[in-house]
Design a protein around this ligand. Structure first.
Ligand code: 6PG
Length: 466
């Protein structure tokens, strides 16, 4: 058999789907896996595609089966397993070879690994892959970091397997070292916020208007034909339409209201704070998941504090507009963090291109991203999406509904942490005169920290101690 163009190590859900996607697009692939007994069943399931796939049970054979300079995609758990793998594989590599980590990894670790490998003339690529199993198999969105050398090696293979948006493959080289993994982390942060806003809208309809899951599902499905069109709205609409085969009840009614999280949402919030930013909607979404897992406490609190929620009479159009405003604001927060990181790490991220490669294949794909990519094609101060004329106009139209929904929800005792965070941030950002002058006065009174006077450079103190 000829040498393979790329190696895929790790035949879990995502690794096997990517290997099959490559084979289907005419790429010769070598595969391997820590548990060697996964390889034969994988090749069996590959059917005719197995003609383009070579399985290797030992690492040296796998590496030896690759064309030089080699490209190896690792789809293994992030963290310590990746470091162990790098230690094992690097002695088998030659200068110019590229290792790719296709998992959701902490971009700080990616930067560290890229620097360590560069010292040996090896290349390390952190690549965010979005779209779940179906995306990996039939067209993911891929956010690629690393060197130009690696991108030249990878480009053609990735373009052929990527999701396609009107002829444009949803993959791009976004910057060096950790840029790809960072953009994927923020993608996931936005994913968290969007999912939370959807859950809040569902809650207002279910608990505030006593509508059935099926009925709410039908509404989401209708919304999916308009400006709210997105993968997450589509799957929510579908999921709400299913009944539990065991009980006959709506499926969502038998699912425990405690959400899991693997950590990328949390990383987004941590990095935002480190960068002197705040992703308040993403923070609200991460918090809501954490609080959701405190089911016992919530049940006890309902008994002690009372869990009453008032009936709400919010029109469907008002809810749709509120949802749209919240979605724009969550993307805006996400892009603001990307901009801050780009400046901090000198990545020169191209916001328009990021929005473009999110238009298909990934979990947050939505109709809005086309408009966002256009908005970023013009220069925007500090990456502030809310200042783009097209977005400002949409916000002017939709924010009154967000205000109305949040006010009604809060008055009625319904929890809407992400939508509340959205309006709080929007109102903060649209006011040239805020309230931080009082914070500065307090800091000066208790700690002599000093403040700037309006229109005057330099540090000043107040007359408090005279
Ligand atoms: C994607 C997703 C994916 C993520 C899962 C689970 O873009 O395909 O973001 O990478 O791992 O959605 O994430 P949580 O367990 O954190 O919800």
């Amino acid at each position: 058999m000829d040498k393979a163009q790329i190696g895929v190590y790790g035949l879990g859900t995502m690794g096997s789907a990517l290997a099959l996607n490559m084979a289907e697009h005419g790429v010769d692939v070598a595969v391997s896996n820590r548990e060697a007994d996964w390889i034969a069943p994988f090749l069996d399931e590959a059917g005719p595609l197995a003609a383009r796939i070579q399985g290797h049970s030992d690492l040296a054979g796998f590496v030896g089966a690759l064309r030089a300079p080699r490209v190896i995609l690792f789809m293994i758990p992030s963290g310590a397993p990746m470091d162990a793998m790098i230690e094992m594989v690097t002695p088998m590599l030659s200068p110019g070879d590229t290792i790719i980590d296709g998992g959701n990894a902490d971009f700080h670790a990616t930067r560290r690994r890229a620097a360590a490998l560069a010292a040996q003339d090896l290349h390390f690529v952190g690549m965010g892959v979005s779209g779940g199993e179906a995306g990996a198999r039939h067209g993911p969105s891929m956010m690629v970091g690393g060197s130009d050398h690696s991108w030249a090696q990878l480009r053609d293979i990735l373009r052929t397997i990527a999701a396609d948006y009107q002829g444009d493959p949803c993959v791009a080289h976004l910057g060096p070292d950790g840029a790809g993994h960072f953009v994927k982390t923020v993608h996931n942060g936005i994913e968290y916020a969007d999912m939370q806003v959807i859950a809040e809208v569902y809650g207002l309809l279910r608990h505030g208007a006593a509508r059935s899951p099926e009925d709410i599902g039908a509404l989401f499905t209708r919304w999916n034909t308009g400006p709210l069109r997105s993968y997450l709205v589509e799957i929510t609409g579908r999921a709400l339409g299913f009944n539990d085969p065991a009980t006959g009840h709506p499926m969502v009614d038998v699912i425990k209201d405690s959400a899991g999280q693997k950590g990328t949402g949390r990383w987004t919030v941590i990095e935002a704070v480190r960068l002197g930013q705040s992703a308040s909607m993403i923070d609200a979404a991460v918090g809501a998941r954490s609080w959701s897992s405190e089911k016992t406490t919530r049940l006890e609190a309902q008994r002690i504090l009372g869990g009453a929620r008032l009936a709400l009479d919010l029109g469907e159009d008002t809810l749709a507009q509120a949802f749209l405003a919240a979605r724009i604001l969550s993307y805006a927060q996400g892009f603001r963090i990307l901009d801050a990181a780009s400046q901090e790490y000198d990545w020169k991220l191209n916001h328009a291109r990021i929005a473009e490669i999110w238009r298909a294949g990934c979990i947050i794909r939505s109709a809005l991203l086309d408009d966002i990519s256009e908005a970023f094609s013009a220069e925007l101060p500090e990456g502030q999406l809310i200042l783009a004329p097209a977005m400002a106009a949409r916000l002017a139209q939709s924010v009154p509904a967000l205000r109305q929904v949040v006010a009604a929800a809060v008055s009625g005792g319904h929890a809407v942490p992400a939508m509340s965070a959205a309006i709080g941030w929007y109102d903060t950002m649209r006011q040239g005169q805020g309230t931080a002058n009082i914070i500065q006065a307090q800091r000066d009174v208790f700690g002599h920290h000093g403040f700037e006077r309006l229109g005057e450079e330099g540090k000043h103190h107040g007359p408090w101690w005279d």
